[in-house]
Design a protein around this ligand. Structure first.
Ligand code: ADP
Ligand code: MG
Length: 582
């Protein structure tokens, strides 16, 4: 094919593709414009995951009537004139590309009134071309409606995910900007329902409550100092070491008010938790970094979501130090050994009394209070457990170690059984059998429980509603993201239901979407994780015997529903070798 210059139409659609990948990209660009315009309130409305409509209304400075057409021209911006200015840019936008790109691939209606103008203007564009312009009333500020995104780019349209997925991206994005700009009031309305609102009080903690829920927000620690002197400032919130997540998705980073992704910087946050978090678990963190604009290049990525630091190492160190110092100062490293008061009848109620799942005894007996060796210092290699299906030999319970492991003797040697994993296995198999017969025992709550969810959790709840109901979790909408819980499966009868439900929904949100036929198993495993006895709970000898008996009766006693081992074996042979007996 001979070389030809692309027509404007084709070129502009290709260029738009760089910036506008999905509905959330539109939301990002329009929110950035609103922030640059000095808005104190940004309202986002979305229909059908944003493919039908995205409307963003702000109360910023507005666009002067004689500039509205220009705003949609490519490389037209009010934020930059010379290339030198790019090195110390203070606004989120600077390329003058976004509105042109959005308009090229959708139908846009702009309504705006600038400071000092009596009357506003309405401009309608289709595929980037102005089709109508008229005077119109509007409060000071700008409302942009983007309809039928990619209506003229079928190739792009095909790649859009389900509405709920696109919605999730939008929610994530708005919540991130709400965290970066706590002084701005953000709201999101999804298909007519208000799903997120930040108060605009200026306090990041207030926003965290809306985004992560009250419990999680309260479990976070304030990090760094916004007012600190020095070229690099770091501030925000991070979770205590006992609150963690399965993915890195909950580490949110901002550089000079810009939401960015940076694996290295995320890693710096995680490193600060070194040895404080369980393996493969990640913290929640919202970290703001401020540094002189000339030290960061924001013009390295089409969507401006990555930046380049002049002094990369210094930025990492500053972040890591701020988080590490806080963690060391504020949160005691979890101790496995307990004080004497935690043990015995005078202490807490027996676990079985509270859970009523195993045998009846409640007076917890003192057990061996040994401090296990740390993982890094592991002095021996435990023998691999046998294939999961193999039945257990008869085990004799000797005691409890660190309120976490059951010590038992078997024909081959000594077994350390993880009490949580073992109990998970036992109740999981029971629950699966009950699910198969549609006979899950259900506990109706005397009083329905009001549970406030985050937008993300509410969305998961909706997606999982039928399966949750099959499991015995009956909920009912109660306005906004609040639900009433009316019943729960018996396995969850004695746990903190609010906590169990919200953490299950969080887990579902970050997990790979399971195939339809696996959904019940997934939910059952998630419920059993909450319902099972925890590490750190004292068990009586009788309770431990009861648990081991039930484990012996399980189909796959050697792993928990999540695939981790329930026990390790220290064989006779290994002990003899270690003691130099042979
Ligand atoms: P950029 O943000 O890089 O300048 P855009 O294409 O996003 O480019 O916007 C073009 C121009 O339109 C901006 O420079 C700004 O002057 C104006 N503009 C866009 N959105 C708004 C808004 N919400 N309020 C006020 N002015 C806006
Ligand atoms: Mg912009």
């Amino acid at each position: 094919m001979p070389i030809r210059v692309l027509t404007d139409e084709v070129a502009s659609k290709i260029a738009a593709g760089e910036v506008i990948e999905r509905p959330a990209s539109v939301v990002k660009e329009l929110i950035e414009n609103a922030i640059d315009a000095g808005a104190s309130s940004v309202a986002v409305q979305v229909r059908q995951g944003g493919r039908r409509l995205i409307r963003i209304a702000d109360d910023g400075c507005g666009i002067p009537a004689d500039e509205v057409e220009l705003a949609f021209a490519r490389h037209a911006t009010s934020k930059l004139q010379t290339i030198e200015e790019l090195s110390h840019i203070h606004t989120l936008g600077f390329r003058g590309e976004a509105l042109a790109s959005v308009a090229a691939v959708s139908q846009v209606t702009l309504l705006t009134r600038a400071d000092g103008s009596e009357v506003g203007v309405r401009l309608r564009l289709e595929g980037g071309r102005v089709v109508r312009r008229e005077e119109a009333g509007h409060p000071r500020g700008t409302t942009i409606s983007v309809e039928n995104l990619f209506y003229n780019v079928p190739a792009r349209l095909k790649f859009l995910k389900r509405d709920t997925t696109e919605r999730k991206h939008i929610d994530k994005l708005v919540t991130c900007y709400a965290m970066a700009y706590p002084q701005i009031r953000f709201s999101v309305e999804n298909d007519g329902r208000l799903t997120f609102r930040s108060p605009g009080s200026g306090s990041l903690h207030d926003v965290l409550i809306e985004v992560y829920g009250l419990d999680n927000a309260q479990a976070m620690l304030e990090v760094g100092d916004r007012e600190a002197q020095g070229a690099i400032q770091v501030w925000g919130y991070v979770s205590r070491p006992d609150t963690h997540r399965a993915t890195r998705e909950y580490i949110t980073l901002f550089v000079n008010g810009r939401w960015i992704t940076d694996r290295g910087l995320s890693f710096a946050v995680e490193q600060a938790y070194h040895t404080l978090l369980p393996v493969k678990r990640h913290p929640l963190a919202v970290i703001q970094v401020a540094l002189p604009p000339e030290e960061v290049d924001v013009n390295v990525h089409p969507t401006k979501s990555e930046v380049k630091f002049q002094r990369r190492d210094a930025v990492f160190r500053a972040v890591q130090r701020a988080v590490r110092e806080l963690l060391i100062a504020e949160s005691p490293i979890p101790q496995v050994s307990r004080s004497a008061a935690d043990w015995g009848a005078g202490g807490r109620a027996g676990w079985s009394e509270r859970h009523g799942v195993l045998v009846g005894a409640s007076a917890a007996q003192p057990a061996m209070n040994l401090v296990p060796e740390r993982r890094e210092g592991q002095a021996f290699l435990p023998e691999m457990p046998r294939p999961a299906e193999e039945k257990l030999p008869p085990l004799r319970v000797l005691g409890q170690l660190a309120q976490t492991y059951i010590i038992a003797e078997g024909p081959e040697g000594m077994y350390l059984v993880d009490q949580h994993a073992a109990h998970e296995r036992v109740i999981y198999e029971r629950l699966r059998a009950q699910q198969a017969q549609a006979k899950v025992p259900v506990q109706r709550l005397l009083e329905p429980l009001v549970v406030e969810l985050t937008p993300g959790q509410a969305q998961e709840l909706e997606a999982w509603l039928p399966s949750l109901l099959d499991l015995g979790i009956e909920t009912e909408p109660f306005g906004g993201n609040t639900v009433l819980v009316r019943s729960v499966p018996a396995v969850l009868a004695r746990v903190d239901i609010r906590q169990a439900l919200t953490s299950m929904l969080d887990e579902l949100a970050v997990g790979q979407e399971p195939m339809a036929e696996e959904r019940d198993a997934w939910l059952a495993a998630a419920a059993c994780k909450r319902g099972a006895v925890k590490a750190g709970q004292t068990l009586s000898m009788e309770e431990m015997r009861g648990l081991i008996d039930q484990l012996e009766g399980s189909v796959s006693p050697r792993t928990c529903p999540h695939g981790r081992p329930t026990m390790i074996l220290l064989s006779q042979g290994w002990m003899e070798r270690e003691f130099g007996r042979r």
